[in-house]
Design a protein around this ligand. Structure first.
Ligand SMILES: Cc1cc2nc3c(=O)[nH]c(=O)nc-3n(C[C@H](O)[C@H](O)[C@H](O)COP(=O)(O)OP(=O)(O)OC[C@H]3O[C@@H](n4cnc5c(N)ncnc54)[C@H](O)[C@@H]3O)c2cc1C
Ligand SMILES: *[C@@H]1O[C@H](CO)[C@@H](O)[C@H](O)[C@H]1NC(C)=O
Length: 601
């Protein structure tokens, strides 16, 4: 018992010490065998949900709108399949892959300038490859702020709009970046008369408002976003307090809490009956404080430490060490809570609540992106060049009015299987954020609660995971029982089952796509699947349910050789999940685990 605890404590000590270390910047997702030709493309994790590798014949790096126009024109004339890649490609699904193997990747890496800041009107115009980090910094220099944003600085403006990225609020226009877009310039295929490419300016309250509503969340299928103008606010201060409570009345709190605090969010650890409320509001700039936020999970971590973390988790999985996971989960969440999730009042120290500071220093973090050396010593915790954290992410939003019932369902699951959710506490439990309904066709339909669950993924796609049945049941509950909308940039395939039918304006979106790109040059196999145009999002084969490529309907979709069979859910009986069935286990190693489980019960 002592050893794993010591390791865990050491690991946290390392993470905190590493705050000052320089990171090795993440790798570029596009790699070519010869100069800009014969390329492969992946995401920041180095793995798509189906673990395929995508190929492209060519990559282009435009550094101006003119260059972009000529690339799209050439692609259109040659009827090439095209997709946009970004500096880091943080989306998990296969959005970046073009159709077939001979597509053209257009990278926005060099479209990285802030074009104009209009202080008077509080508008900022940026090229689409500008990162959230740059956007926040440059706006702040002009005394302006983006009021709500994702919590991670490594995303680009084009990528955030591509997938509907958001922070957390139910106030005003809402927490999604696309709700602050007032103008966009999009380069689409054109007719021969247009010179094969067309620059379309889409403007709020313009004649073509409907086009803007489509382009605000576009999945990259409408063409290449060249420039974006966002509406900002005067830079302001906020005051943050994390309050830890038991979760007995969470189901009653969840709907009202989101209206009580402007930047409210909730981190829930169901297996510990523990919940952390973020009491976070705007304050007058007279209130003293110079706080900032550096999320421990986004810090540069020594690769040795990530190695250790991952090995510990793999070990726990292999040895069915549920107790180890529960101890580790408790320790991880306690350290996070004690360290205020990386908030600091001054310098690097947290001295007590509330933490008051300027918006630009508190809204997002991403230290592991920065690098001043070529050292391979520190990395982002998920960097696939070293042995690192490897996980699934299930992220869907459900109507606020249904959130209460979802929480009660999870509480029932925890009663039935108390240790089943310990594994998510090694990450961040269930992160719950508020997102408002949007006029973007592929934005949220109504005010919603976004649930973000990160959990262990095996390096071996055929390997069953501890208590995977419970996580699958939650995933299916969110998708079907609660009609959840998946985050377009996260999730496993099953979360996208029937997704386009959940959008009232889905067909409007498709009309704009038809108008902008009638040949579908910017569409891919994956976008055709999620938009319901061709093929299914699920892939049915042996073991497919283990990685969320399918919902099991037969035992072979699970891992019968490891004792996992296709069974109904425990609370949501319509769910079909891979469940460890005691009497059928042939493997003695699993048998020991099950007997100990039976003893516990
Ligand atoms: C550590 C981490 C934290 C995260 N935190 C949050 C969070 O707090 N909130 C949240 O909502 N999400 C979060 N995400 C998910 C993230 O928002 C999405 O994955 C995001 O879309 C990725 O942005 P990107 O710039 O990496 O774009 P990519 O993943 O490279 O691209 C996404 C899509 O947009 C398209 N696209 C990109 N640029 C353009 C362009 N110029 N023109 C046309 N299409 C384009 C691409 O083709 C692709 O389809 C997080 C992800 C990570 C890894
Ligand atoms: C691409 O590069 C790989 C590795 O060098 C090589 O095997 C392959 O033949 C190349 N393909 C093309 C189309 O050039």
């Amino acid at each position: 018992m002592l050893l794993p605890r010591t390791i865990l404590i050491l690991k946290w000590a390392f993470i905190f010490i590493s705050t000052v270390a320089n990171g090795s910047p993440p790798e570029e997702p596009v790699r070519c065998f010869s100069n800009l030709k014969n390329c492969t493309v992946t995401n920041a994790y180095g793995a798509f949900p189906d673990r395929s590798i995508c190929h492209a014949a060519e990559v282009a790096y435009p550094s101006s709108e003119e260059a972009l126009v000529s690339i799209v024109a050439r692609g259109t004339q040659e009827k090439r399949r095209m997709r946009v890649a970004t500096r880091y490609s943080h989306s998990i699904p296969k959005l970046v892959c073009p159709y077939g193997d001979d597509g053209l990747i257009i990278s926005t890496q060099n479209l990285n300038r802030v074009i104009k800041i209009d202080k008077e009107n509080m508008f900022v115009t940026v090229e689409s490859g500008v990162t959230l980090s740059q956007l926040i910094d440059e706006a702040a220099e002009s005394g302006l702020a983006l009021p709500y944003s994702p919590y991670w600085l490594g995303l680009t403006v084009g990528g955030m709009l591509g997938t509907g990225a958001h922070g957390s609020t139910l106030w005003k226009e809402g927490s999604a970046i696309h709700d602050y877009v007032i103008r966009m310039r999009v380069v689409t295929p054109g007719s021969p008369e247009d010179g094969y490419a067309k620059v379309r300016t889409l403007e709020e309250n313009g004649e073509l408002d409907s086009d803007l509503n489509a382009a605000k969340v576009s999945l990259g299928v409408l063409g290449v976003i060249s420039q974006v103008t966002l509406k900002l606010q005067p830079l302001f201060k906020r005051s943050i307090t994390f309050e830890t409570k038991d979760d007995a009345d969470l189901s009653d709190q969840v709907a009202t809490f989101g209206r009580q605090h402007e930047f409210a969010d909730i981190t829930w650890y169901p297996s510990q009956n523990r919940v952390v409320y973020r009491l976070d509001d705007r304050v007058s700039s007279d209130v003293s404080g110079n706080g900032h936020w550096e999320h421990p999970g986004f810090r540069a971590v020594p690769s040795l430490v990530v190695h250790l973390l991952r090995s510990t988790e793999e070990d726990q999985e292999e040895k069915d060490d549920v107790d180890g996971k529960c101890i580790g989960g408790k320790l991880t969440s306690s350290v996070l809570i004690k360290s205020a999730y990386g908030l600091a009042n001054e310098g690097i120290f947290f001295t007590g609540y509330p933490v008051v500071g300027y918006q630009n220093k508190l809204q997002a973090s991403g230290h592991c992106l920065e690098s001043h050396s070529n050292a391979e010593i520190t990395v982002c915790p998920w960097d696939s060049r070293v042995k690192s954290l490897f996980f699934h992410q299930t992220t869907l939003s459900i109507a606020i009015s249904k959130a209460k019932y979802f929480i009660q369902d999870i509480q029932k699951l925890v009663k039935i299987a108390p240790q089943s959710l310990c594994g998510i506490d090694l990450y961040e439990g269930i992160l719950m954020r508020y997102v408002t309904g949007s006029d973007a066709y592929l934005g949220k339909e109504e005010d919603s609660l976004d649930l973000d669950i990160t959990y262990y993924r095996s390096k071996d796609p055929k390997s069953a995971r501890l208590h995977m049945d419970v996580l699958e049941e939650i995933e299916q509950m969110l998708v079907f029982k609660y009609g959840g909308l998946p985050h377009w940039g996260k999730n496993r395939n099953v979360a996208f089952e029937g997704v386009i039918k959940k959008y009232r304006k889905g067909s409007e979106f498709l009309k704009v796509k038809e108008k902008f790109d009638p040949l579908g040059l910017f569409s891919s196999e994956w976008t055709d699947q999620i938009l319901g145009l061709k093929g299914a999002v699920t892939i049915v084969k042996d073991g497919c349910a283990l990685e969320g490529l399918c919902i099991c309907s037969e035992d072979v979709h699970c891992a019968p050789d490891q004792g996992y069979f296709c069974r109904p859910g425990k609370v949501y009986e319509d769910a079909r999940v891979c469940t460890l069935v005691p009497d059928k286990v042939t493997n003695t190693h699993h048998k020991d685990f099950l007997y100990s489980l039976k003893d516990e019960l």
